[in-house]
Design a protein around this ligand. Structure first.
Ligand SMILES: O=C(CO)[C@H](O)[C@H](O)COP(=O)(O)O
Length: 242
C-alpha cells in the first residue's frame, strides 16, 4: 500500500506542475530568464530535460549563482546582458501572491534584485506558485525583503522602521553570518504585517536612500500560474490591477 503524500510532498508536486507548465512556453532560439528558489529549480530541471531529451536549444539568463550552477550542470547554455538586453520569457517563483492579482512579494531566496532586473528585461514574465502562496493581503505570511547598500544600512533600517517594519535587521544566513547577496549587498526582511496599501508602501520604500530594490512586484508580472489540486489556474495581464 502506498503511503499518502505528506503536505510538503504535495506542495513540491504542485510547484513541479506549475514549473512544467511554464517550461512548455519555451521555444527554440528563445532567451529565457531563469528564476531562483525551489519552484524555479523545478523549472530549470524541466528545461534541462527538454534540452537533453528533445534537443530544445535556447539561452538562459540566470537570476543567481545558484540557478546558473544548476543550469550549467544540466548542460544548458547561458548568456548575459553583455550579449543582449532583451529576454523573450522569464520564469520565477514568488513568496506571496495577492489572490486574483498579479501583485506579489519575492526575494526570500535572496535574489530579488537580479530577479527584478531580469523580469523587467523580459517581454513576458511568468510567475509560478502553488496555491499556498495566495494571500488576501500582502505581508500576511512573508516579510518584504529589501536589498540595501552595506554602507549606512542602519539609516535605511531606521526609516523602514518608521514606515512600520517591526525591528528591521539585516538578514543572517544559516550559520549566523551576515547574508550577502550575489551583488554584494545586504537584505533587510521587513515584517509589516498585512499591507493595506501596497503602492503607497512600495513608493515610500523606494524613496529611502540606500535602498536598492524591494521585493514588492506590483506592475512587473505578465501572468501567474497557480498550481492547485484541480490543475493550473492562469491569471494574465488583461486582468492586471494594482
Ligand atoms: O524570490 C525568490 C528568490 O529570491 C523565490 O522565487 C521565492 O522565494 C520563492 O521560492 P520557492 O520557490 O522556493 O518557494
Amino acid at each position: 500500500m502506498n503511503t499518502p503524500a505528506t503536505a510538503d510532498e504535495l506542495r513540491a508536486q504542485r510547484k513541479q506542475e506549475a514549473a512544467r507548465h511554464a517550461a512548455s512556453f519555451v521555444e527554440p532560439g528563445m532567451v529565457v530568464g531563469l528564476g531562483t528558489g525551489s519552484t524555479s529549480a523545478f523549472f530549470i530541471d524541466e528545461l534541462g530535460r527538454r534540452w537533453n531529451r528533445e534537443g530544445l536549444r535556447f539561452k538562459g539568463i540566470p537570476t543567481s549563482e545558484r540557478s546558473a550552477q544548476q543550469a550549467r550542470e544540466l548542460g544548458i547554455e547561458l548568456t548575459d546582458f553583455s550579449e543582449q538586453t532583451r529576454i523573450d520569457l522569464a520564469v520565477d517563483g514568488a513568496d506571496e501572491v495577492l489572490r486574483g492579482r498579479l501583485t506579489l512579494i519575492k526575494g526570500l531566496g535572496g535574489a530579488l534584485l537580479r530577479e527584478k532586473i531580469v523580469a523587467h528585461a523580459a517581454d513576458r514574465f511568468v510567475v509560478i506558485v502553488d496555491d499556498k502562496k495566495l494571500v488576501d493581503k500582502l505581508g500576511t505570511t512573508a516579510p518584504v525583503p529589501i536589498e540595501v547598500t552595506p554602507f549606512g544600512w542602519e539609516c535605511a533600517a531606521e526609516r523602514l522602521g518608521r514606515l512600520g517594519a517591526r525591528a528591521p535587521k539585516p538578514r543572517m544566513d544559516r550559520n549566523g553570518q551576515l547574508y550577502v547577496t550575489d551583488g554584494g549587498n545586504m537584505i533587510i526582511d521587513c515584517h509589516f504585517g498585512p499591507i493595506e496599501d501596497p503602492l503607497y508602501l512600495f513608493t515610500e520604500i523606494a524613496k529611502i536612500v540606500g535602498v536598492i530594490e524591494s521585493g514588492m512586484f506590483l506592475d512587473d508580472v505578465s501572468e501567474v500560474l497557480v498550481a492547485t489540486e484541480h490543475g493550473i489556474d492562469r491569471l494574465t495581464a488583461t486582468e492586471r490591477r494594482v
